[in-house]
Design a binder for this molecule. Sequence first.
Ligand code: SER
Length: 318
Amino acid sequence: MRKVLIIGSTGQIGSELTMELRSKYGNQNIVAGFIRGAEPKGALRESGPSEEADITDPAQIAGIVGKYKIDTIYNMAALLSAAAEAKPQLAWKIGLEGLFNVLEIAREMKCAVFTPSSIGAFGANTPKDKTPQDTVQRPQTMYGVTKVAGELLGDYYFKRFGVDTRSVRFPGLISHVTPPGGGTTDYAVQIYYSAVAGEVFKSPISAGTFMDMMYMPDALCAAISLMEADPERLVHRNSFNIASMSFDPEMIRSAILKYVPGFRMEYEPDPVRQAIADSWPNSLDDSCAREEWGWSPKYNLDSMTENMLEAIEDKLHT
Ligand code: SER
């Protein structure tokens, strides 16, 4: 049975990943790591152990790994792309110095490590459509710089020290439990809240800007199944392209209109987010993930939309 520490357990991914891993491996085997000011609440706090786990404090992380005999670390701490442009120094400290701390602890204390990479690990001179697994990676955002360097560092620790590092390049993640903050793809979450609230949605991203997106249940399944995959089959490690849907604001608007006929959207572009979005791929080729560990998403834009609207309706109106 795995003993897992999740760093960043109260964030958009961490909050759902923690609950999913608890239901899979047993509540007591999953430690929810948090930073001061972002303590776990409700079911997340009550269903299992939690500890303050600041990624910039290696002694604190090592103490938790020792106390709970942790063998797997999910490192979900990061600033998202637009937030990282506002605070590049902090983004480096958390994204890369933090990862270095985790990898050193994993080397010394023999843990496997999952760290997300992102579509943000690609840049404007990367092939835009069906972006290959192995291709040009010259991003010009601090978020992208930390992701590419993190991929390289993960592979280095595997090859040099045998640390079992694995990673996927997440697209924009859409979910209704914990909101994302400071990402370029956040609009595709906020649009559903506006639709349910009966508000006019102001899209910060222009029509015709395509990005890869994914519904959270598929993202959780990707992270967990990659960590459970047979290492013999893994040709790649850090990091796998995964994909399930690619759309622009017009397509998500049309998908919502099927369920909310009066929904209205206007454009109010945010220059920072638009520039980042323009430098990212339109869609990724995920065939290596499919071949090497059986990746296969369940949701498309329509099934995700139906599910998101229902869940937000329940959350806001019951
Ligand atoms: N969702 C992230 C962002 O927008 C991309 O990985 O920053």
